[in-house]
Structures are given as C-alpha cells and as structure tokens.
Design a protein around this ligand. Structure first.
Ligand SMILES: Nc1ncnc2c1ncn2[C@@H]1O[C@H](COP(=O)(O)OP(=O)(O)OP(=O)(O)O)[C@@H](O)[C@H]1O
Ligand SMILES: [Mg+2]
Length: 481
C-alpha cells in the first residue's frame, strides 16, 4: 500500500473511528444509566432524580398559584415577570402566559413555540405532563384563573423535554470528556502505526547510507514494501550496486595505469639501454668495420622508431581521452578506401607471408562519413595486432564487408592465437593487455584497441570483437550512413 493511500485511510479512520466509538459508548451509557434503551422515551425530569430542581420547580409553581389568587394584576406586571425570569432560569424552565386566546407573555427561549398547540383553558395540570407542541416535546405545568374583568388566564410552566436533549444535558460533561479521550486515543494509535511503517524503513536506509559514507559498499538492503519508501530503497540499492561496479572499474583503471607506468618505463628503458650500448660500441671502436657500424646504426634506428611509436600512441590516446582531437569527416566510398589501403599494404603482407582475402558485394552502397587519417589509424591498430600476435605459419587475413539499410559492416579476421573468453570484455579498455601477451616479447601498451574504439565511437559507430582460442580473432566495425 502506498504511503499516500495509507495517510488517506488513516485520516478517514481518524474521523470515522471516533464517531463509531462515540456512538457505541453513548448507547452503552444510556443502557447503563437508564437500564433499557426503551426507557429513553420516559426520560423526563419527573421520572428522574432531579430532587432539588423538582422541589424548586414545585415551589415556584405554588408561589405563582398563590400570587394569582392574591394579586393577579401584579402577577402580570412587567417588573414581577422580569424578577421571575431568574428563578425560571435556575430550574431550566420557561413561562408562557395566555390571556383568553392570545399569548401575552413568553420567556425568550419559548418565543418560537407554536402556541396554538398549548392545552385549552381549564385543563389545569399541577404535575408535569408531557405535551408535544409543534416539533418539540415539553414537560408542562398549567394553572388557570380568571381576572376581575372575567378574562381567562393560563400560566404554562414549561421545560424542553425531548429525551435526547435531556440525555445530552445530563451527560454532556461525561460525553465531552469521552469524545476527547476517544479522539486522542484514535489519533495516537493511528499516528503510531502509520509512522512505525514509515520510520522503520527510513532507519534502514539511514543505516545503509551510513555504511556507504564509511566506504562499505557491501551492505545490501531489500525493500520490504512496494510503497514510495520501498521504491526509494530499491533505487538506493541499485545506486549502491552501480557505485560498487564503478568503484571496481576505477580500481581496475588505477591498476592498469600503474602497470602502464611500469610498462612505459620498461619499454622506454630497454631501447634506451641498447641504444646507449650501440653508441658506446661505435664510440669505443668496437664497431670497427663499416658493415658492423652500419648494422649498429640500423639497430639504433629501429629502437628509436619503436620508442617513437609508443610515445605517439600515448600522445594520441591522451588527446582522444581529453576530447582534443579535431575530426574531419568526409563522405567516401569505404570499399574503394579499403581497396587502396590494402593495396598499399600488400607488399608488406606478402613479405610476411600473409594471405589476404577481400570479400564484398559489389552492388552494395558503401558511402559513409569518415575521417580518413583516423580511420587509417584504426585499421592499422587492428592489423598490427593480427600480425603481432600471429602464431601460425600459414597466416590468413580475411576482410569482409557488407551493407544493410542503415549501416556498413566491416570485419577483419585473422587465424591467430585468439583471446581467452575472460579477457574479451576488457579488451577495449585502456591499457588492458590479455594475460598471454603480457609476458611475450611483442611489446605494446594496451592502447591500440582503446584508441580504435574511441575513434569509431567518434564516427557514431560500433566496434566489436569475437575470438576463439586457437582459431582466431575477428573485429567488426559498424559505421552508420
Ligand atoms: N588479433 C589478436 N590476436 C590475439 N590477441 C589480440 C589480438 N588483438 C588484440 N589482442 C589482445 O588484446 C590486447 C589489447 O590489444 P591492444 O592493441 O589494445 O594493445 P597492445 O597490442 O597490447 O598494445 P598497442 O597496440 O598499444 O601497442 C593485446 O595485448 C592482446 O593480448
Ligand atoms: Mg595493438
């Protein structure tokens, strides 16, 4: 259940539960106090223990009776009635005076009573009797008398006696207190349960965040609910996994960089040492014949070329890495471009005893946007690898090409040693070299393929590698039109 729904439900419960509980308790209270719910209709001042009020009520009625006998004119005077008002309030009653058929006086709370419904003259009642007048029920005492001029006067001492009214009046403090108590209890309980279901997972999250803050990325959390906090927990867990993965990649890069520095120092140190040796040989006259001297100079030159290549690659790599290499794209027919490229290379390949197969569909559309120089670099890096790591006597290189509706696919396959499966996912990573080639004398920085990848991605293309150990390696480049 979502938190939103839970809050809505708890708010509804906050209103309905107290109402229901209140109704139940007042019902029970009625039964407790009145014995039976049916008694409620009889719940009148007479039938109840209002001894004090009842007494005063009787006394007042008696005094009114006496007054009507002794001095009826004064009874009707404004001053007398005003003075009476206070006593009436004390016993919770009102007074109506009717002269013949007209009401000549009514206390304020009785002003709206339908006076036509009042009992007729002569129906004197000394005890309260229950009368339904209009919509209301009153407990009424009635006294009738004549004035000197013969007009008929009726006094009605009246008290609102609707059973519910009476009940509420009696138990109001208890009911009010009860109402408040029920409200507080419901509110408290609901707040407790709702907040418990929210606070617990938040604490769990807090703990997990604390672990991450302290660098512990192993502590996993699982969402126990599918509400907003559950989703947050899920997202938090995914973030942790992501963070852990990138942490590991970072560590891997760091290791690779360290290895690279060791490699570069080694790769630069080796040729420099031999260059120094050969130069000393020439200087000290060890190379005493012109042929020997020429051989020494050739070796020095080769070593310098190797170093130049390494530095070149490093330089290009860091520039690509920083995004500082400008690309000049032009629309070319990649089929013609490749044909030229391999033609240039064919002499070297033949010399190295490599058999070259070039396969493509002549009908295909091979126009793509390419930066000539950078793409040449990609091809050179791939073919250099194939030649460098080749371990067969019969060397084969197969270039195939085909076009689809959206792109051109070029693949270059060799029949070399292949790459172990566990190395394939990392092969395009910077500075990565598969285990088996690190120990060989092939040399290399592990930058060739990552440079190729960066260049192809700059072309909005994709580069992939498939390899089977002992069978060979195939690199596929996909370029969009
Ligand atoms: N055709 C291939 N056959 C076998 N292994 C390969 C082939 N191409 C790449 N590899 C493996 O992939 C690794 C990464 O190649 P990459 O070209 O990036 O670096 P490198 O050749 O070691 O160094 P660099 O190319 O920078 O001189 C190589 O070290 C090698 O282990
Ligand atoms: Mg290489």
């Amino acid at each position: 259940m979502s938190i939103k729904l839970r809050l809505i439900l708890s708010n509804i419960a906050m209103i309905t539960v107290p109402i229901i509980l209140f109704m139940i308790t007042s019902f029970l209270l009625m039964i407790v106090f009145l014995g039976d719910i049916r008694e409620m209709a009889n719940f009148l001042p007479e039938s109840h223990n209002y001894h004090k009020t009842k007494q005063e009520d009787t006394l007042l009625f008696l005094s009114l009776k006496e007054k009507s006998a002794a001095d009826p004119e004064e009874l009707l005077s404004k001053e007398y009635l005003e003075a009476l008002n206070k006593d009436l309030k004390e016993i919770d009653s009102g007074l109506i005076i009717r002269k013949n058929d007209d009401v000549i006086y009514a206390t304020s709370e009785l002003k709206r009573v339908h006076t036509q419904g009042l009992p007729v003259f002569g129906a004197e009642k000394s005890f309260r009797s229950l009368e339904k007048i209009g919509e209301q029920t009153f407990a009424i005492k009635q006294h009738d008398f004549y004035l000197h001029d013969g007009s008929q006067i009726s006094l009605f001492l009246m008290r609102d006696a609707s059973p519910w009214n009476q009940f509420v009046r009696t138990f109001f403090p208890i009911l009010f207190g009860l109402c408040l108590l029920i409200l507080i209890a419901t509110n408290g309980l609901l707040a407790y349960f709702v907040s418990k279901s929210i606070i617990k997972p938040i604490n769990q999250l807090k703990k997990a965040a604390h672990f991450i803050k302290n660098g512990n990325l192993e502590h996993s959390i699982t969402a126990s609910r599918n509400d907003e906090i559950g989703q947050l927990t899920q997202a938090f867990e995914e973030m942790r996994i992501q963070l852990k993965a990138s942490h590991e990649v970072q560590k891997q890069y760091e290791n690779n960089r360290k290895e690279l520095i060791a490699h570069i120092s080694h790769d630069l140190k080796t040729p420099i040492t031999s260059i120094k040796g050969y130069i000393e040989g020439i200087r000290d006259g060890v190379a005493d014949t012109p042929e020997r001297r020429a051989r020494y100079i050739q070796t020095i030159y080769t070593k310098a070329v190797d170093m130049d290549h390494l530095i070149d690659e490093l330089f290009l790599f860091s520039k690509l890495d920083l995004g500082k290499v400008p690309f000049e794209f032009e629309k070319i027919d990649i089929k013609n471009y490749l044909t030229d490229f391999f033609e240039e290379l064919s002499f070297d390949l033949r010399k190295q005893n490599v058999e070259l197969n070039f396969q493509f569909n002549p009908q295909g559309d091979y126009d793509v946007l390419v930066d000539r120089d950078k793409f040449k670099r990609v091809l050179a890096n791939i073919i250099n690898n194939s030649l460098k790591y080749m371990d067969k006597d019969k060397k084969e290189l197969t270039i195939s090409m085909h076009s689809t509706n959206e792109n051109v696919e070029i693949s270059i396959a060799d029949n070399g040693p292949g790459i172990p499966d566990k190395s394939i996912p990392f092969i395009f990573n910077q500075f990565y070299r598969a285990e088996q080639s690190r120990n060989k004398l092939t040399g290399g920085s592990g930058l060739g393929l990552s440079i190729a990848k960066m260049i192809i991605e700059e072309h909005n293309g994709v580069i992939k590698l498939e390899s089977t150990i002992q069978v060979g390696t195939k690199i596929t480049i996909i370029l969009p039109y």
